[in-house]
Design a protein around this ligand. Structure first.
Ligand code: PEP
Length: 249
């Protein structure tokens, strides 16, 4: 089954209003590659200005609360992010699973909140280095995926991002064989839960993807795109990844 490649930048806690010009530059690159779906998950403060300036990319948030409103000081609901102009939301990023102690149940509840509020979802999973060294990577990540996946998950509104924790922001990546095995095993895990819908669901790779390694990673059969941190912060660094996705069909 052919799945349109999806390239998503995650700006994390980077970017002030001055960087909205960079969003515009990335938007132009995306406009030149309509065969690739491109988006940027931005700090909440940039969602509205980016939405106003962007034409060809979707705008995402990086997290949402599982409740639609309430006494949760400092948190943002999916409804608020939608109203600000977000189309999508990352849930379960390893930095939140670690720093904010988010459990698989929390991640599934956040995904349901995003869905209730008409946001598409990028659901992140990934193993620690110790889990990989112990030979448990595929089992751990498949279990994490099935425990975090919201009920009724469908390819039209949910994509999975496999992000080995030890590869995020480190310049290290798994071997092509390791990525191939992991994505195949995640596809099998999805099939066990959602049947044939698994063939349409995009599984992104994330973790130190850059202009030099994107073509090789995106050529792997079950790699349907990338979730990109550091290399998404400028059009200069992000463009080669979007171009590699376009070339990989
Ligand atoms: C990420 O945080 O989602 C990520 C993949 O970061 P980086 O590309 O910088 O490793």
């Amino acid at each position: 089954m052919s799945r349109k490649k999806l390239i998503v930048g995650n700006w994390k806690m980077n970017g002030l209003l001055a960087q909205v010009a960079e969003v515009g530059a990335i938007d132009k690159v995306a406009a030149a590659h309509p065969g690739v779906e491109t988006g940027l998950c931005l700090p909440a403060t940039l969602i509205h200005p980016a939405r106003v300036s962007a034409r060809s990319i979707f705008i995402g948030a990086q997290d949402c609360h599982m409740a639609d409103s309430g006494a949760h000081t400092g948190c943002l609901s999916a409804a608020m992010l939608k109203e600000a102009g977000a189309d999508s939301c990352i849930v379960g990023h390893s930095e939140r699973r670690t720093d904010q102690h988010e459990s698989d149940d929390d991640v599934a509840a956040k995904a349901l909140a995003a869905r209730r509020n008409d946001l598409n979802i990028i659901l992140c999973v990934g193993e620690s280095e110790a889990q990989r060294d112990a030979g448990h990577a595929e089992a751990v990540v498949s279990d994490q995926l099935l425990a975090s996946l919201p009920d009724g998950a469908a390819a039209q509104w949910l994509s999975v991002a496999y992000e080995p924790i030890w590869a995020i922001g480190t310049g290290r990546t798994p071997t092509m064989e390791e990525v191939t095995r992991m994505h195949r095993s995640l596809r099998d895990a999805l099939r066990s839960r959602i049947g044939d819908e698994a063939d349409a669901m995009r599984i992104l790779y994330g973790g130190s993807m850059n202009g030099a390694n994107a073509a090789d990673l995106l050529a792997i059969a079950d790699v349907d795109g990338g979730l990109v941190g550091g290399a998404s912060l400028t059009a200069e660094k992000f463009a080669p990844i979007i171009q590699a996705a376009a070339a990989s069909g």
